[in-house]
Design a protein around this ligand. Structure first.
Ligand code: GLP
Length: 635
């Protein structure tokens, strides 16, 4: 196996993408409508490598990744093993990385992850799986272990297929910003973003290990074939940087640009920031829909720093939008049409305005009042994502039901559970507590991660979050009896990155939808990581609506954890006055138990959207909550 730099034929790789997408993408990229399909395609490649090697009597060497991203792929490999006889007996694996200082059985250790997600379910030989080990040694011993790991990869003949995810810091493995292209397996300090992203898994930022061991960028580049997988909007920005910007240590995934056989496999949400999807008019000639015009013209407005109504023909030409003008329109008429389009997204009546001309309003006013059902993946989501709109719907006489699909207990901090236990003991419930929780209280106190997953502890945490959400909703005018907590089983029996949806989840959501029979529906998670509670919740709601058609032809999507909607993506913007913004702030302050709550961020996001509308030359509001319309037939 030669050195990667000698084998690099970047120019040829460039050719393969050249005619498609251009001068922008420096790595071949495949985009699939959804992650499951993308994962199956990679699984097929892996299976065919394993089988062809079996025919030749040789081993296949796989480089494996952890995190939520590869889970659909591992599930497909397990299915191929169970249903299509794919044997892993000739497979050797090398994992990319491992946290420092975690016991192999720690719920977040990658050793345990790999056992649970793949190794325990296929016939891979004992001793053929390798995971770097970063525990408890002196610096010198660690260095030796890292060198031995590299040697073992070489002895196995090098990696045939390397799987990668990508962190929001742009890392591959744990090669954080600053990792050189020549880096090898070594101990690294984790980036703040990486630790923040792992803080829900570890029950808080401070529990996330500070260091880890990872294969180096140089090690990864030596694999024969590299697949980098990414799902969900959360990855879109860093994917674009890795694919389109010059390679740099700031986003180490960009070093894959120099690999001769690397490919990015993405779902649409993760690909969403690539130029070909975000600014398609820069890449190809396109057919101009109204929405596309809105997108292009608002982009031109941002680029020229002029409000829409002040754009002139030259601005269109200089922004690559000359063909819009050439189509017989002029900037004046285009400006007005686009301005009106944006203007019509703004409404203080999210359930429709009775007795008003509704031709241009986002939501029809009949019937009135409506039955609005607002879904949250975790109980707090809707309050954070659309608290002011919930308040408005209620004030405007609609019947509002908030449905929390999961208990959200994994987000409740251990300290909150301990606080409640202390309270219960003070009021004489000691016996009951020790009966229910046994030694888990002591174990929680010393930060035992397994204890946090105990069902009784989780039950207590569900109760805490439920009480807070009831309190918070009441600040928005929503009574307790308007809240429904489904506590779906996929969440109760799983943990972050490791949820298994079953028929029981589907049935519970479908049944609820049938009972409530709403004519106004709000849900988040349409562009979330499909393995996250929000992504799963969206898929469950979509499946339920397909099964039990609701009496409206569209639903409204709000963003919760993902990047806020851009103006061109917005179909309804609900202005928030300073008083309502304060009301929402007050409601969110009542949620204290949740790890990594997006309170401040979400209040600021609401302000930023309003500022973006202002910059386009529309009205200036304090804040806005915004929504995207999704047709039921598209679900
Ligand atoms: C961790 C892992 C990476 C992984 C990344 C993204 O940091 N060390 O290998 O790619 O997380 O995680 P996820 O797939 O959960 O988004």
């Amino acid at each position: 196996m030669g050195h990667p730099l000698q084998r690099c034929w970047k120019d040829c790789a460039w050719q393969t993408v050249g005619d498609m997408h251009d001068r922008y993408e420096k790595i071949p990229v495949q985009v699939y409508p959804e992650a499951g399909e993308a994962a199956c395609r990679v699984a097929v490649e892996i299976a065919s490598l394993i089988r062809s090697r079996q025919e030749e009597g040789r081993d296949a060497v796989l480089g494996l990744a952890t995190g939520s991203t590869p889970i659909p792929l591992y599930r497909e490999l397990i299915r191929l093993h169970r249903e299509e006889g794919l044997s892993f007996s000739n497979v050797t694996t090398f994992n990319l990385d491992e946290y420092s200082g975690l016991d192999a059985n720690h719920p977040e250790s990658y050793t345990r992850f790999m056992r649970e997600q793949l190794f325990d379910h296929v016939d891979i030989g004992e001793g053929r799986t390798n995971i770097p080990n970063a525990s408890g040694d002196s610096a010198e011993e660690l260095e030796n272990k890292c060198a031995a790991y590299e040697q073992k990869i070489l002895d196995a003949g090098g990696i045939d297929i390397q799987l990668l995810g990508i962190g929001r810091s742009g890392h591959i493995g744990f090669n954080e910003p600053g990792s050189p292209v020549t880096s090898r397996t070594r101990v690294v300090t984790l980036d703040r973003i990486t630790r923040l992203d792992a803080s829900a898994d570890f029950q808080g930022f401070h529990n996330v290990p500070r260091t880890a061991v990872t294969m180096g960028v140089g090690t990864i580049l030596e694999a024969d074939k590299v697949f980098l997988l990414a799902w969900g909007k959360g990855k879109a920005d860093v994917v674009r940087i890795a694919v389109e910007e010059p390679e740099s240590e700031v986003v180490t995934a960009s070093f894959l640009q120099r690999h001769f056989n690397a490919e990015f496999v993405l779902d649409e949400a993760a690909a969403g920031d690539l130029t070909r999807l975000r600014y398609p008019w820069l890449v190809d000639s396109i057919s101009w829909t109204r929405r596309m015009k809105r997108r292009a013209i608002s982009w031109a407005s941002g680029k020229t720093e002029k409000p829409i109504l002040k754009l002139v023909d030259d601005d269109y030409n200089e922004s690559g939008l000359g063909d819009l003008i050439a189509e017989g329109e002029n900037s004046y008429s285009l400006n007005i049409a686009t301005f009106n389009d944006f203007q019509h997204t703004i409404t203080g009546w999210p359930g429709g305005k009775p007795d008003a001309n509704e031709e241009t309003r986002p939501e029809k006013s009949t019937p009135h009042p409506k039955h609005a059902v607002i879904f949250s993946a975790e109980p707090q989501d809707a309050l954070v994502g659309m608290g002011a709109t919930i308040n408005r719907l209620k004030e405007q006489g609609h019947h509002v039901t908030l449905v929390a699909l999961t208990s959200g207990n994994l987000r409740v901090r251990d300290e909150e559970a301990l606080k409640l236990i202390r309270c219960l003991k003070t009021v004489g419930q000691s016996e009951q507590i020790s009966h229910q929780l046994g030694d888990h209280v002591e174990r929680l106190q010393v930060g035992d991660a397994e204890a946090a997953l105990n069902p009784e502890v989780r039950k207590l945490k569900s109760a805490i979050l439920r009480a807070e959400v009831v309190d918070s909703a009441s600040a928005l005018g929503i009574d307790e009896d308007a809240l429904q907590f489904l506590d779906l089983p996929f969440y109760e029996s799983g943990r972050f990155r490791q949820f298994h949806v079953t028929d029981a989840d589907h049935e519970a959501v479908a049944k609820l939808l049938e009972t409530l029979n709403p004519n106004l529906v709000f849900v988040a998670g349409s562009v979330a990581d499909p393995m996250s509670p929000q992504g799963i919740a969206f898929q469950l709601v979509a499946a339920a609506i397909r099964k039990f058609p609701i009496t409206t032809d569209h639903i409204w999507c709000y963003r919760h954890r993902e990047e806020a909607l851009k103006p061109y993506e917005i179909d309804m913007s609900v202005p928030i006055s300073p008083v309502q913004h304060e009301l929402k702030g007050n409601a969110l302050q009542r949620l204290r138990a949740v790890v990594d709550l997006r309170n401040e961020e979400s209040l600021n996001d609401d302000r930023s959207v309003a500022a973006a509308y202002d910059e386009l030359g529309l009205a200036e509001y304090e804040a806005m909550e915004v929504f995207q319309r999704v047709k039921v037939e598209k679900l």
